[in-house]
Design a protein around this ligand. Structure first.
Ligand code: C2G
Length: 129
């Protein structure tokens, strides 16, 4: 079976996330989503509204997702891909080029981001209500 992996914070789960996961699942048979822990979010200088456990529970409930794992470091991708026998790493095109070094062990694909939606926009719009 063809296994796909992706990484992200997935805070305030929205259609941008869902449309990405839907497209990623269509590339194979099994989709692994590696969600940034609260500790790793600090490394990314991101403060998520929901904690890791809540973001994990939400993403696990998405019909396109087969497995959720924690993302603790920038460096774990290579071992994640090898240990889980992953064929494709896919991620939004805001990351274009960043993971090309992994194309010796899997296909690396960058998918177009969904326009006009982002967790940051949601937070900003809510803050001025
Ligand atoms: N995304 C999208 N369209 C949007 C918003 C997000 O396609 N409108 C995609 C992003 O491109 C990413 C995924 O949804 O592939 C998750 O987005 P974030 O939670 O912002 O992920 P990020 O913080 O970029 O984490 O090691 C990699 C990092 O953990 C990626």
């Amino acid at each position: 079976i063809k296994k796909v992996i992706t990484y992200g914070t997935f805070d305030l789960f929205h259609v941008g996330h869902i449309r990405l996961l839907k497209r990623l699942k269509a590339l194979g048979d099994y989709l692994i989503v590696v969600i940034s822990t609260d500790g790793f979010n600090q490394l990314k200088d991101k403060k998520s509204f929901f904690c890791y456990e809540e973001r994990k529970e939400i993403v696990e409930s998405c019909k396109y997702v087969d497995l959720v794992l924690p993302e603790n470091t920038w460096e774990q991708k290579r071992s994640d891909i090898i240990n889980n026998k992953v064929n494709i790493l896919g991620i939004g095109d805001d990351w274009t080029g960043h993971f090309d070094d992994l194309n010796d062990i899997c296909e690396v694909i960058y998918l177009k981001r969904t326009e006009n939606v982002s967790t940051t926009d949601i937070k900003n719009k809510l803050s001025v209500i």
